[in-house]
Design a protein around this ligand. Sequence first.
Ligand code: URP
Ligand code: ZN
Ligand code: ZN
Length: 474
Amino acid sequence: MNQLNTSAGQEGSTKSLLIKNGLVGDHKSLHKSDILIKDGKIAQISTHISSEQLDCVIIDATDKYVLPGGIDVHTHFNIDVGLTRSCDDFYSGTQAAACGGTTSIIDHMGFGPKGCDLFHQLGVYKDYAKDQAAIDYSFHGVIQHIDSSILEQMKSMVEDEGISSFKLYLTYLYKLEDDAVFKALSQLKKVGALTTVHPENDATIALKREQLLNAGKTAPKYHAVSRPLECEAEAISRMINLAKLADDAPLYIVHLSNGLGLDYARMARANNQAVWVETCPQYLMLDERSYDRSDGLKFILSPPLRPKPETTKLWVGIIDGSIDTVATDHCAFTFGEQKQLGVDDFSQCPNGMPGVETRMPLLFSEGVMKGRIDIQRFVYLTSYKPAKLFGLYPQKGSIEVGADADLVIFDPHVQRVIRHDKLHDHCDYTPFEGISCQGWPEMTISRGAIVAQQGKFTGKAGYGRFMRRKPFSA
Ligand code: URP
Ligand code: ZN
Ligand code: ZN
């Protein structure tokens, strides 16, 4: 395929595109079709669309998959974590996302000043993203404390601002106690928002961390020892029960890392409870042995990487439908400098790792090409279900006439080894270095503009639009 000039940025001048002969897949079906894109929208889908009368750029997608663009509902761009600020801003982060086949992100906003209202961080983050984002974006609200005005503001966040999901934390600086969690769940349900949760048992983590550090156990592997999977699973089961008590409030578990937590979610769902589960490529592909490497600091994140058998349990969840979404939790800190804060003490290492560019290729290669899941399930996990849960469907996450022309063309014949020097983030490593992928995104199209092609970013800072999301509905 030649380099095509239908650049993002010159809005209004973006030419129509005709994608020919692709294997067009969504969460339900896969068939050979042509797709015509006009004015940033999907205008026609048919087995044959003639280009004769059309003034358009033709893209030959023979033997390639044409899929809804990826939606990564868990990133942390430009986040201030106290110790330092993550090294990807909304430009480098969305550039990397676009090159990896992702056309929308929903970022988890960081904490604001103590006592700030719900709108504070939204204003800050809108400013961060406005002139930088190269693809469309939204934010999850962040709940740092609960009082009557916070509870009141939730309605306006959903109805006036289009923020229909919020994250609360059971650990970290602004962890919520059970009474606050209960109030948040109840009110968020009432105003049409989805509660997302970082579930880890803070008290046991604090205790274990103190014991380990007092014993001089400061190496990266003790980060994982300080927060075993039971800490996460306990908090998941607690959240599930609190959500049930809060009039069956809908609940979304972020970055699940282990099988026990998944079993609790399965049980709740078997009981018809409204619970959904997200995992990330690092929990499917990596395990706790990474902490024994000399560069173990690269892998410090929370929840931590788990024993190898947990990865298999998560793959079962990917296959049997008990995991709903694969996001990244992209929260990048450089190994050369930022991660070194933890060189003498794991608890001082900023938590998180990059991944926004490698999510789609890894799941495509390890999932689809290795025969674990079909294309439809791939689309379900990476685009359709994220769009459904977070109020973006069918404008995003679908291939239908009238939807935004957010597409990724995957070439299953390309074999590529992941190397950080070929990625587009501002970090200095990838945790997936050296992993071979069968299949790679050849082209990413955002609202009809080609924003990445053959590994090169062709988009523009500021092209991305803020997405006002619909209220939550199951
Ligand atoms: O270690 C992680 N995951 N850092 C990002 C913040 C979070 O908890 O999601
Ligand atoms: Zn988290
Ligand atoms: Zn996160």
